[in-house]
Design a protein around this ligand. Structure first.
Ligand SMILES: [Zn+2]
Ligand SMILES: [Zn+2]
Length: 249
C-alpha cells in the first residue's frame, strides 16, 4: 500500500486521499473553532466557553500570520483566552505554546505521562529543520483518567489514549457529544505508531476502549484532517476492525 506520510500525524493510505475533499462535517456545537496551522497542517482548536472566555487546544500557530489570525479571531469574537491544553506534545501541536505563554500568560497543560514526548519536541524540530520557539514552562499537570476539566459550560473528561505517543489524552464532552481527539483516530485513518513511544497494538486498544465505547453519534475532531463520528469510524475505518477487538488490519 502506498502511503503519504504526514510527518507527525497520520499515514494516509492512497485510497483515503479523497477524504480530504469531503466537506467538513457540520459540528454539533458552534463554540468549537478549528484552525489549520503550520507545515504539518495541524489542527488547533478553540473552545468558546460561552461566557466570553475560551480555551485553546494544541496551539500549533507557527508564524506571524497564523498568530495574528488567531489573535484577531479572539478579538473579533470578544473572547479572553483562559486556558491552554494539550492532547500530546509532538512538535506540530506545541509550536505556538511559547507564543501563547508570552502573549496570554498561559502555560500549556499536559498529561505527565507525555513528558518524554515534550522533552523531545525541540530536538525533533531540529531534526526536521523546522524553526521552533523554545518550549515554555508547563502549567499544572492534566489530571488522570476520568478527571474533568471545566471549560465554562463544557465539562471535558480526560481519557488516556496512548499508542501514537506515550502519554496522549483525548478530551470527551459527554453532554455535547464531541471529542477533541488529537492524533489517535482520524477520518479513515489512525495516528502513526512508528515514532518514539508509539505502539500499534496499544493504539488499537486505546481506540476500542476509549473512543469506540462512546455512542456512535459522538463527533471526533482530530489533530489532522476532517472530523468524523465514532459510528462512522467503527463501521468504515480500515485500521481497527468493526468488532472493536483492536485488530489493526
Ligand atoms: Zn499531529
Ligand atoms: Zn502527534
Amino acid at each position: 500500500m502506498i502511503a503519504i506520510e504526514n510527518i507527525l500525524g497520520n499515514i494516509v493510505p492512497e485510497e483515503c486521499i479523497y477524504l480530504e475533499i469531503t466537506p467538513i462535517m457540520q459540528k454539533k456545537i458552534n463554540e468549537l473553532h478549528t484552525f489549520t496551522f503550520n507545515a504539518f497542517s495541524e489542527q488547533t482548536y478553540l473552545l468558546d466557553h460561552g461566557n466570553g472566555e475560551a480555551t485553546v487546544f494544541d496551539p500549533g500557530m507557527s508564524n506571524v500570520a497564523e498568530r495574528e489570525y488567531f489573535d484577531s479571531f479572539l478579538a473579533d469574537n470578544g473572547l479572553t483566552l483562559v486556558g491552554c491544553l494539550l492532547t500530546h506534545a509532538h512538535l506540530d501541536h506545541v509550536m505556538g505554546a511559547n507564543w501563547i505563554a508570552s502573549k496570554y500568560g498561559l502555560l500549556p497543560r499536559l498529561h505527565p505521562s507525555d513528558v518524554p514526548t515534550w522533552d523531545m519536541a525541540e530536538k525533533s524540530a531540529q531534526l526536521y529543520g523546522i524553526p521552533m520557539d523554545p518550549l515554555p514552562s508547563r502549567g499544572e499537570d492534566l489530571g488522570d483518567q476520568g478527571s474533568i476539566v471545566e471549560c465554562g459550560k463544557f465539562n471535558l473528561e480526560i481519557r488516556l489514549a496512548p499508542g501514537h505517543c506515550i502519554g496522549h489524552v483525548v478530551f470527551v464532552c459527554h453532554e455535547h457529544e464531541f471529542v477533541i481527539g488529537g492524533d489517535v483516530l482520524f477520518n479513515g485513518s489512525i495516528g502513526r505508531t512508528d515514532l518514539p513511544g508509539g505502539n500499534a497494538s496499544t493504539l488499537a486498544h486505546s481506540i476500542t476502549e476509549q473512543l469506540y465505547t462512546l455512542p456512535d453519534s459522538f463527533e471526533v475532531h482530530p489533530g489532522h484532517g476532517p472530523s468524523t463520528t465514532v459510528g462512522k469510524e467503527k463501521a468504515f475505518n480500515p485500521y481497527v476492525n468493526s468488532e472493536g477487538t483492536g485488530m489493526i488490519q
